[in-house]
Write a protein that binds this ligand. Structure first.
Ligand code: FES
Length: 104
């Protein structure tokens, strides 16, 4: 499956993703600047990404702990999510995301 990522310079990248992995792990393994300091425990908000508007409704709704952690992040928008809380499955094949500045 594929993920499409826009970096801080506005450049688009196609990433090969693996079902069952966290979105954050794919971004990090490709070497993009994402700190993901807590390693996916939903305790840092440094894995913040923006989800392309056309994909928002395809994601599961946010759990309370993700919402609370995002409250502490910078530059949060309506389409902000923590990429460690998104587990990839086939329904997300082709997902478009943009790296948030606060994630590096
Ligand atoms: S990696 Fe820390 S909240 Fe996602």
């Amino acid at each position: 499956m594929k993920i499409y990522l826009t970096d801080h310079e506005g450049k688009d990248h196609e990433l090969e993703a693996i079902e069952g992995w966290r979105l954050m792990e794919i971004i990090r393994d490709y070497g993009f600047p994402i700190k993901a300091e807590c390693g996916g425990a939903c305790a840092c908000a440094t894995c913040h990404v923006y989800i392309d508007n056309s994909w928002i409704d395809k994601l599961h709704t946010m759990h309370q702990d993700e919402e609370e952690m995002l409250d502490e992040a910078f530059n949060v928008d309506k389409n902000s999510r923590l990429s460690c809380q998104i587990i990839l499955d086939k329904t997300l094949d082709g997902l478009h995301i943009t790296l948030a500045k606060s994630s590096d």
